[in-house]
Design a protein around this ligand. Sequence first.
Ligand code: TIU
Length: 232
Amino acid sequence: MIAEPRQRARARAIAAEPYAFDFRPTECALLIIDMQRDFLEPGGFGESLGNDVSLLRRTIAPNCALLAAWRAAHLTVIHTREGHHPDLSDLPATKKHRARSDLTIGDPGPMGRILIRGERGHDIIPELYPQPGEPVIDKPGKGAFWATDLKSLLDDREIRQLIVTGVTTEVCVHTTVREANDRGFDCLVPADCTGSYFPEFHAAGLAMIKAQSGIFGWVSHSENILAALGTP
Ligand code: TIU
């Protein structure tokens, strides 16, 4: 028997650039990228490399507000973490050695072995910690689709749209938005919920997403999403 096509979810407009995003809540997942201690917390790996983590920490409050509204609306939320198996079997030698740093992935760092699954620094910050039942995608790469089961997880839930937040704008958020775009997902990126150690890369990354009539997707602000969800 051929299944009936699912009713299209009712759309709500979210103010965005380059034009309003046609938000269909039940077909849309909130995808929170790599809000991990080692990238965001003072004393973590990111800061030990000389980065100013306050540039990333400003994303915590708007992500918390968005996540709370998303949970209250009972919509799909998915978290990701960048990291590797303790035996480093999924870590390309290129990724380990390219930085030519004294401290690289797998080495003992300020919060356990750097970007190794199960270590304190690899885990998600307490403010945004996943609740039971919320999927957590452990990814070895920058993009959330490569070498993960994210695509089948989204297909199982009939998700066609993604609101992508997290860090960093031009690295893991951008790679994931590009991967999602090529797989047929519409992506909306709220600027205040993403951040970079390099403000100019943050700005350029967002500009690239919405350029050319939305070549990779839409850019907005969390307040516009909260308004569409009916959250003041
Ligand atoms: N999550 C993510 O973006 N991983 C990175 O390594 N980002 C940097 O900006 N280095």
